[in-house]
Design a protein around this ligand. Structure first.
Ligand code: PLP
Length: 387
């Protein structure tokens, strides 16, 4: 099976009591209309490239599938659905691109003014149609707080049909479970169950791997690969969960100090730390090690990776040595295209990174956004003026 066929086969087991099979088939084929290659880098390690979607990051899988499911759900709804999403960078772009032109659904993306990269902002502000961008005078935490306040506000609730698209939403995790099966199917026949290394921040991707494992996928070990924001690996080692303010690192999409899927993971294991440790091993990788891994992989294998993928690559190597496991095949999830982090990657490889055409085309488009203060009153006024 190719990827959309496999996604369809799995989704029928999960969703066919809610969505007709013919509709699910259409959803899978149109959500996943890009390639998902598993590339062999060394005899032991393969990389699953999840960055061939429209925004060059793996978040396209969750956002595109969820958008089409929501379109189906909204088709006969009495009111339009408004998706409110906070973003620190990549989520907003994937959500904007996935929901563009979806009937009966409007999207409002809140981002911290001046705190996202130029390209990231353009991915939110140049879409138009049903996608609206709010430049919040504040931080990402303010944006997230405003979204939560809006969901709890009775006046807003009575007026609008609000919905979230952040990674705690199961509608984003279900489609992410599909590519674990696909990666396994691409391994040679008769290979033992793989070790899978996942670059993690909010741990949605790791939670999706646990769903795949519960569905029966053979997995030898899961690696929770973290940057210096190692709240979860620390929990695996100590049994103490110590959320804290996040630190800035090279792998910025993983700079999360209080991972939102932590509760879901420990609930899946009924708070049994030993059982968790049997399935998942955590590693913390520093910025220095991340940069060195990008250089080494380019020098030794001629393969270019982004800093998030580098964290997972080194964590997998650490695990193989620590567990003395040189038989199980290793799979590294590659979550972003190197061009999204061109400055660091070019510095480490000494070679210019090619920027795909679809990023360039954003530079020519007009940006539309509304500046607001970090207050619910301002968000409310915006909703009222637009819907
Ligand atoms: C969001 C993101 C991650 C982290 O994924 P989680 O599901 O939040 O753990 C890793 N890499 C990239 C490039 C991302 O955009």
């Amino acid at each position: 099976m190719n990827f959309p066929e496999m996604a369809f086969a799995i989704s029928t087991h999960l969703l066919s009591d809610e969505i007709p099979i013919s509709e699910l088939e259409r959803i899978c084929h149109s959500a996943f209309d890009f390639e998902v290659p598993l590339k062999k880098i060394t005899p032991e390690i393969s990389v699953l490239e999840l960055f061939h979607g429209p925004t060059l990051a793996f978040k396209d899988f969750g956002a595109r599938f969820m958008a089409l499911v929501l379109r189906y759900v909204a088709r006969n709804a009495p009111r339009r659905i408004i998706v409110l999403t906070a973003t620190s960078g990549d989520t907003g772009g994937a959500v904007a691109s996935g929901f563009l032109g979806v009937e009966n659904v409007d999207v409002v993306i809140l981002y911290p003014d001046g705190k996202v990269s130029d390209m990231q902002r353009r991915q939110l502000t140049t879409m138009g149609e049903n996608i609206k961008a709010l430049a919040v005078h504040g931080t990402f935490d303010d944006c997230q707080r405003l979204v939560k306040e809006a969901f709890l506000d009775r006046v807003l609730q009575a007026k609008y049909q609000l919905c979230s698209a952040n990674s705690i939403n199961i509608g984003r995790l279900i489609p992410q479970s599909f590519y674990y099966f696909y990666a396994y199917s691409q391994l040679e026949a008769d290979t033992p169950p793989p070790i899978i290394s996942i670059p993690s921040g909010n741990y949605g991707n790791l939670t999706a791997s646990l769903l795949a494992k519960r569905m029966g996928l053979p997995i030898k070990q899961l690696i929770a690969a973290s940057n210096e924001n190692d709240v979860f690996p620390e929990y695996l080692n100590s049994g103490t969960f110590r959320p804290r303010t996040s630190l800035e690192t090279y792998s910025s999409a993983m700079d999360v100090g209080n991972p939102s899927n932590f509760s879901r993971i420990i609930d899946l294991y009924q708070h049994d730390l030993n059982a968790l440790n049997q399935d998942i091993t955590g590693f913390k990788i520093t910025d220095e090690e991340t940069a060195a891994t990008i250089s080494e992989l380019y020098k030794n294998q001629g393969y270019i990776i982004d800093p998030h993928t580098a964290v997972a690559y080194l964590a997998l190597q650490r695990y193989r040595i620590q567990a003395n496991d040189h038989i199980s095949p290793g799979i590294v999830l590659s979550t972003a295209h190197a061009s999204k982090f061109a400055d660091l990657v070019e510095k480490q490889t000494g070679k210019p990174v090619e920027i795909p055409e679809r990023l360039y085309s954003l530079l020519a488009k007009t940006e539309i956004f509304k500046k607001v203060d970090a207050t619910l009153a301002d968000v409310h006024a915006f909703l009222q003026a637009n819907f």
